[in-house]
Design a protein around this ligand. Structure first.
Ligand SMILES: [Zn+2]
Ligand SMILES: [Zn+2]
Length: 137
């Protein structure tokens, strides 16, 4: 796995100490995290700084935001090689109703959907709810 500093540079983000730490934290997560979860991990940093850091990552397509229906946006790292300013990988997301975790199913791409004439898709968010492999033992 490429180190955080290099990934930030590759995405056109100046690698400040804070950004590197947040990126490393994101790398350690197995499921998507809310801003609150990031805050809890960086107790001495203020919410605005953390929010801006995530926002910068999102603008540069280093992370993507996931709406999992809980009303709390979650963030996860994008797995594709960063193409500056473009979210390249549209994959399914899974929200487990038992452990409440939201996971990127990066191997499972959103199928091409057809729209009526005149409709132009800009973003597709596909979420599957159910029981994850951890809870389904
Ligand atoms: Zn689960
Ligand atoms: Zn995802």
């Amino acid at each position: 796995m490429k180190n955080s500093e290099k990934q930030l540079r590759d995405s056109g983000i100046r690698p400040t100490a804070m950004r590197i730490l947040v990126h490393q934290f994101m790398q350690d997560q197995s499921s998507a995290v809310s801003l609150t979860a990031v805050e809890d991990n960086f107790e001495r940093s203020d919410r605005t700084t953390l929010y801006r850091t995530l926002k910068t990552f999102e603008d540069k397509c280093l992370v993507h935001q996931i709406d999992d229906g809980t009303g709390i946006p979650k963030y996860a790292l994008c797995k594709h090689d960063a193409v500056e300013g473009k979210h390249g990988d549209l994959h399914l997301h899974f929200h487990c109703t038992q452990c409440n975790q939201t996971t990127c199913l990066t191997e499972h791409r959103i199928p091409t959907i057809s729209l009526p004439d005149g409709f132009v898709p800009e973003d597709i968010n596909m979420l599957v709810k159910g029981i994850c492999d951890n809870c389904n033992l």
